[in-house]
Every structure is written in structure tokens, then in C-alpha cells.
Design a protein around this ligand. Sequence first.
Ligand code: CP
Length: 313
Amino acid sequence: MVWIKKDLLGLEELTKEEIEFILTTAESFKEVTTREIKKVPALRGKTVVNLFYEPSTRTRVSFEVAAKRLSADVINIAPETSSVRKGETLIDTGRNIEALKADIIVVRHNASGAASMLARHLSISVVNAGDGWHEHPTQALLDIFTLKEKLGKIEGLNVVIVGDISHSRVARSNIRGLTKLGAKVIVCAPEILIPPAIEEMGVEVTDDIDEALKDADAVNVLRMQFERDEEAAFPEKLEYFRNFGITPERLKKAKKNIIVMHPGPINRGIEMSSEVADGINSVILEQVTNGIAVRMAVLFLVAQAQDKLAVRG
Ligand code: CP
């Protein structure tokens, strides 16, 4: 396959073949990350700007490590120490970064559609590192990469996504990616955290976590995003943990080798117990490690597409 997309904005606009191509590219970059010198010259001379309007540990550091392993120069912009504080718009900030001759902007923003809007106004590449409740494509790609690495395939798997589906860009990107690759997805949450018409995305819906876990090959446990809407009627934390929290007792009734995932950061004792988070079924830190290879693949592919577009004029 020849990759021709200069941006990665979401899994909605990718075909099954394109998702598989990113995963295959990530496999070869994973090999690079195991070498003594974990660096290749693929993006030498390119500049990657991390523009994060929301807090992040995993995604921002992972993109920085990925870019550096590809030999790119990396600049991190935090809105609190930039001209965003003086009222500069996202598009003006993006245009100025373009004028400074950066090649790729990795953007995280609390507004759904922010990455797409930026991409429409710029000719350099834009990679979505999470936009509002809309998509978090590289998180879903690293989740799917980890599942495939652990279970050998995606097609035919039963994957449960439990938690705050309404506010979750991770859930939306995972649903889009997993269903395109042929997995069966069940979303599980109290009714208040299930968005309307979610079934139209090709998933089953339940509020019974024990039933959902019975045939599950993997459970992806979402974070309760208490910071997103203080007024929202989130379930009471202990009640949520009692009814939906992933515990060793619940896992005993599931498949022995069920994979437990979480995008992080974890609210221990609310979404899952510490025994599960740190237990033998958990691949949470492996997800983080795999994020580097997946993001190397994404940065490499969008930069390649950018170069091809430049040649075509
Ligand atoms: N999974 C994820 O997006 O984590 P961060 O918010 O730390 O980047």
C-alpha cells in the first residue's frame, strides 16, 4: 500500500486496509525499539510540534519519544506558556507553527473536531492526539496493536468496553477500529453514561458487566472523566465500583486469559481494583510501550505522504 494521507484525524475515515497497514508498519518500528540504539534516521531534518491544550502524560511523552526515535526535532508547546494565553486562536497558532517550518503538528484539544479544523487550514501534517469526546486514534491503534500482539488476531474477538462511554474519545476510536477489523464489541455502562444511538456504531449495549465478561477475550476499562463536566450526574464512585468495577472476583468468572486494558490514567478503586490493574491479566503498561511503535508508524506515514504531495506540487 502507498500511504497518501497527510493527516491522521480519526479511525472513522480509515479503511480496514489502512488500519492494518499502520499496524504492520508499527510492527517493524517495534523491532527498532528493542535495539541497543533505538533510533533510525527516517525523519531526520523534520520538525514535530506537540501542541497540547489539555493535560497528558502518556500521549505527549509517547509522541515525543516516537519522534526522537525517528530522529526528528521535537518542540513542545504548552498553552499556559504560549501566546494562547493572550487569546491567539488555534488556527492562528497552527499557521504560525507552519510559518516556522514545522512539518507535523500533534494536537490535543478539548473541542471535538479541533484537529480536523486545523488540518483544513494547514498544508503541513496534523495528527489528532485526542479531540474532545470525538476520537483518540493513536490510543485505539495502540490498543488494537496490543490485542493483536497478545491474541494473534482481531477478527472474531469479543471485546468489552466498560465505563464512561458518553465522554470517551477512546471508546469511539476503539469501536471504529475494532468493528472495521471484524471484532464484536460490547459497550457496558450505567444508562446515564451510554450515548444515544450508540448501537448504530455496530456495538451491543448492556449494563450487566458480569454477563458481558462471560465470553470476553478482552476488556478495555475506561477512565471516569470527572473533570469533563462537574455538573454531570456521574454515578456515586463506590456504587459504580460495586456495579461496574473490574475486580479479581469478577475476573474469576471470565475467561482465564482475558486481557485487561486501560488507556490511563487509572482511577484505582473506581474503574478497577489495584489487584487487577497490577495483575497477570493486565497489559496496561505494555499498551504504553506499544504506543511508541504505533506513533512512530503514524509520524513516519504522514511525513511520507507529505513528501509525496510536495513532489506532486
Ligand atoms: N491515554 C491517554 O490519552 O493518556 P494521557 O491523557 O496521559 O495522554
